[in-house]
Ligand binder design. Structure first.
Ligand code: DAH
Length: 338
């Protein structure tokens, strides 16, 4: 029996398991109920007691070898199986693409406007979106209970604090902080309690500007805004000023440009007038300068303010303002090459 075991040990060494089929054959041959190992154990029972010790040791070595060989091969073919499934992947398929984002149209317009005014020597100022009454209204010549406050439907937080209704509040902050000459624009988000429609939203974006120095005149205002409009919409754009009213400017005006959609011929956007309003402006009221600590005897200034949504709609023929805020990529993608 000793010889048998030694031979078996030798054969085990030489036994090649190359596939899961071989593995199954190996199991049947050695480990199954009718397999060699069981036979050996049966035979072992017949061995005289004095030989059992030595033979037992040898039996054990063989038993462990068989089991190890089996376990090793099982592991190997198990992992091969997963490799095989992986190899079903078609490595020649094109990779999944990661889509690149693009700038939001309102950002594109804002950047253009900022770039134009930067060229003209304006700096950029920013301020808080939650404002107190003084910066948003009182300093700008809206006395308490004055009907002009109703021009802008306000979201109040309490009696004193509100979401800013215009970026003119940043003009006030700047005038308080710095001495003239001042030449700056203020881009930012503003809030109004308006019903949401194709033409209005409860928040939108503005860019305002001020220029304050000695002897600044309405002619400077006009020239600056002409330069802006020609740069923004092209040389051929026509411009007109209409008298208007804002509490913080005197005189005040609104500026129209020839409709960019119909080129002045008349369409729905310009209500068949050929003109569309793009901004409000005027000479800063001396009261406002005084409220902000600037001597109105020495300094004069102009101010203007425009809605970024409105300019974007006119420039790119966008008919519904709500499309800016839905974040539908089919809409946004159309601006990806700008
Ligand atoms: N703040 C005004 C608004 O939101 C726009 C405006 C008009 C701003 C005239 C100005 C200005 O600075 O001078 O309707």
């Amino acid at each position: 029996m000793k010889q048998k075991l030694e031979e078996l040990q030798q054969k085990l060494h030489e036994y090649k398991i190359n596939s899961s089929e071989d593995l199954e054959n190996f199991r049947l041959k050695y480990l199954s109920r009718k397999g060699l190992m069981n036979d050996l154990f049966e035979e072992f029972k017949q061995v005289p007691n004095e030989m059992k010790r030595d033979l037992g040791k040898l039996m054990n070595v063989v038993k462990i070898s068989v089991q190890e060989k089996f376990d090793e091969a099982t592991e190997k073919f198990k992992s091969n199986k997963t490799e095989n499934t992986n190899s079903n992947i078609d490595y020649t398929l094109p990779a999944e693409t990661t889509e690149l984002g693009s700038r939001h149209p309102l950002n594109i317009t804002e950047n253009q406007i900022v770039a134009i005014f930067t060229k003209l020597g304006f700096t950029i100022a920013e301020g808080p979106e939650i404002e107190n009454d003084w910066h948003n209204f009182s300093a700008l010549n809206f006395p308490p209970n004055h009907p002009a406050r109703d021009m802008q439907d306000t979201f109040f937080i309490d009696e004193e604090i509100a979401l800013r209704t215009h970026t003119s509040s940043v003009q006030v902050r700047l005038m308080q902080q710095k001495n003239p000459p001042l030449r700056a624009i203020m881009p930012g988000r503003v809030y109004r309690n308006e019903a949401i429609s194709a033409r209005a939203n409860c928040f939108f974006h503005q860019i305002e500007g001020i220029y304050i120095d000695e002897k600044v005149s309405f002619a400077d205002l006009k020239q600056t805004l002409y330069a802006f409009v020609k740069d923004m919409f092209g040389e051929e754009v026509a411009v007109r000023f209409r008298p208007s009213y804002f509490p913080f400017t005197e005189p005040s005006a609104e500026m129209d440009i020839s409709c960019q959609i119909c080129k002045g011929k008349g369409c729905n956007i310009c209500k068949h007038s050929g003109w569309v309003e793009i901004l409000g402006c005027g000479m800063i009221d001396p009261n406002v300068l005084e409220n902000c600590g600037i001597d109105p005897e020495k300094y004069t200034g102009f101010a203007f303010g425009m809605g970024i949504e409105r300019i974007t709609m006119l420039k790119y023929d966008v008919k519904d303002l709500r499309t800016f805020f839905i974040n539908d990529t089919r809409f946004l993608k159309q601006f990806s090459n700008l």
